[in-house]
Design a protein around this ligand. Sequence first.
Ligand SMILES: Nc1ncnc2c1ncn2[C@@H]1O[C@H](COP(=O)(O)OP(=O)(O)OP(=O)(O)O)[C@@H](O)[C@H]1O
Ligand SMILES: [Mg+2]
Length: 363
Amino acid sequence: MLEIKDLKTNFNTYDGVVKALNGVNLTIKDGEIFGLVGETGSGKSVTCYSALKLLPKTGEVVGGNILLNGEDITHASEDRLRQIRGGEIGIIFQDPLSALNPVMTVNEQIGEILLLHQDAEINKLASEKGIPVYKSEKWKASPGVEFTIMAFCISFISLFIMLGQFTFSLPFLFVIGMMFLRDYLQRDIPASALDLMVIDALSRVKLPNPKQIARSYPHELSGGMQQRVMIAMALAGKAKMLIADEPTTALDVTIQAQILQLIKDIQKEENMAVLLITHDLGVVAETCEKVAVMYKGKIVEEASVDQIFTNPRHEYTRALLSAIPKSEKHLPNLSTNKKSARTTKSESSIDDFLKVKKEIIDE
Ligand SMILES: Nc1ncnc2c1ncn2[C@@H]1O[C@H](COP(=O)(O)OP(=O)(O)OP(=O)(O)O)[C@@H](O)[C@H]1O
Ligand SMILES: [Mg+2]
């Protein structure tokens, strides 16, 4: 699915060139759930931003290749990259709010992705069901205008009734009657194909009341819901791969577990490959099949999760594992007892471990 070969990325800073990646090699197969762990600053995020060409202006890929299903996208055009991001590869970040557009509703944002990547599907659904493609043809003014007209009519009706001139209030009664008649006549007009597909994407990430969420703006949703919307966007684009950079770090522990479970479910249901970047070995043990350990801009070890936990080869990995409390260290424990894996979060933090262990590995 995604193959990263000898990737090198530099940043030009005032203090000179910072070599963030020194030859990263990674292969993520179709449908595989792959963990990338490493301490802060080891280059995990830079690896995924380099792969998707999302680096800031100061960053530059100076060597290596990125292959997506065999296609070399190292020097792909901006158009092709736009197709890939949100199309073939969905991305979710630690802070979903910064990745969502604050002035567009969820419906508009997912709709945009559908129009960009699923045009044929929308048209097909519309013709199958005999419904409009984009906007349903219901005629209704905005809620504010509807309310004003109604309030206006009711005040005049009451005024004329008080004045004993009931006949004058008849035209206003007529207007109200027409509004109800309109709603009655339009009751069977279905939603548009685009609306249906947005709702479908939102239901697949198990959001309750998807219709209402579709109408909301990102800030009206909780962090967990925002992250689900981000995942729905990846699904809407029919992504074959999801890159998740610390997707649960900003969430509280129970929501964290729900989002990880959702990622696992979706990976199974859609056979999606997932690259999960995390600090948390507990998360890796519970979620991933394979894991790569990153240190100073390089992958120092890559193995199955079982292997890493039972027989780590690299000294850095061993040091990393020693930061997990003893009782949590056995993999069967971690993968069968979800609660224990979740509670390892703070204990297994690589940053904590780093303070203690750095001296033994640094040259
Ligand atoms: N905009 C930038 N300018 C200069 N150097 C940068 C920039 N972004 C990243 N780097 C360098 O790249 C290295 C890797 O950063 P990266 O963000 O990939 O770390 P990370 O492993 O994702 O850490 P974290 O776990 O904290 O997210 C950092 O040590 C930093 O020196
Ligand atoms: Mg990062």
